[in-house]
Design a protein around this ligand. Sequence first.
Ligand code: NAD
Length: 474
Amino acid sequence: MTTEPSFRQSVDLMFNRAVALMDLPPGLEEKIRVCNSTYVVRFGVRLRGEIQTFTGYRSVHSEHMEPVKGGIRYAPNVHQDEVEALAALMTFKCALVEAPFGGSKGGLCIDPRHYEEHELEQITRRFAYELIKRDLINPSQNVPAPDMGTGEREMAIMADQYARMNTTDINARACVTGKPPHAGGIQGRVEATGRGVQYALREFFRHPEDVKKAGLDGKLDGKRVIVQGLGNVGYHAALFLSTEDGSIITHVVERDGALHNAAGLDIALVRDWIAHHGGVRGCPHGTYIEEGSKVLEEECDILIPAALEGVINMNNADRVKARLIIEAANGPITAGADEVLRHKGVVIIPDLYANAGGVTVSYFEWVKNLSHIRFGRMQRRQEEARHELIVNELERLSRDKDLGWTLSPNFKEKYLRGADELELVRSGLDDTMRVAYQSMREVWHSRNDVTDLRTAGFLVSIGRVASSYKAKGL
Ligand code: NAD
């Protein structure tokens, strides 16, 4: 076994690699690197006739912009180092996709699978209470979102707890994002991170030069893909890539092993199986492989780690055969493995960009909550009416001038329909992912001293955070 730096040290090493290529004053460099604060809370909840004590964290990495933003994770092994690493990544992620937030992250040491729904509500309410009373959940200061082990239900409970404790705050709903649509959420948030991974890959494949660097060619169609983690992020990414882009998901790796099907797994069926059986073992849609982690070393075109950090490390990096890895999870490749893979010529689309779809749509949700109106509500019918004018005019011209024009089938129906909230969210997300990729790519291609997308991404982000601090006079 090779010893590796911790997750936090790994992020620092990646940061240092980029910052060494910049010309920042050392004091500012240090200010951007450090995590501003970490709040640790231990609280008790009476469950099953006894008091159980839980430990939770909320780290704020950078307040160069407020509110700060970042998910809350429920996992048994959450610890300070991990939460601080994730908070730092949030700072750079937000800067890269131009979401106007500083970076934060939270976690609770708990295995949510061991608790009933009503118990999880009690625990979540109590954790939220502890954070709210210290303004660590607050629409203008700190806005959490879902992460591993949490989802719409937990976000709705946190928002409700905030509203109970701040009855006169008209913007209460903007205190967390990732809420269900009926409780102040936005269409497309659940799919957002996976959808962002799809948009990131589509943008990558729009640049043949970049595709060639990975030793690949063509488009996403027919590419063989391995996905680790069929949770919120992995499921949506795999589903969209296979059903909309023609990619073939040859392997899905889960906690209890992996599934293989060379012709492509039916992702919706596999997900359904996991939901009913708690894992992939026994699933009739593919061949079961007991040693899941070994599957990361299988032949494929694209590897999508979408579960947890550190899965590609010094112990397996040299055996990874994928030519392109997109980090749907946060920190799946350690700093040491990153170096090994770079030397092998593997192209890595880094986490700070690849999984930024979640925070991007969270940003849209926060704006929606603050504006108190759903996107598209004012324009949709007016847009339809204007389109109808053009279509009617074309039809009149064809008729009156006897031109014999006929519109293609479905054109009228498609063109006349104004965009609803989901379409607007996807459009905003697509634009964000394209622009952010292009900003990284420009640095990647224009500087001889930048040989990878991660360093390029960090350079763009650190530059933006530095400008923001400088503008504040720091
Ligand atoms: P999730 O809890 O919905 O899913 C995680 C999945 O990984 C589960 O299916 C779980 O069974 C599986 N898993 C856990 N341990 C595993 C192991 N050892 N091997 C294989 N599979 C394993 O979590 P998520 O929200 O999809 O988050 C996944 C990753 O994406 C995390 O790194 C998270 O920080 C990151 N992320 C999530 C979001 C979001 O919007 N949810 C946004 C940005 C980044």
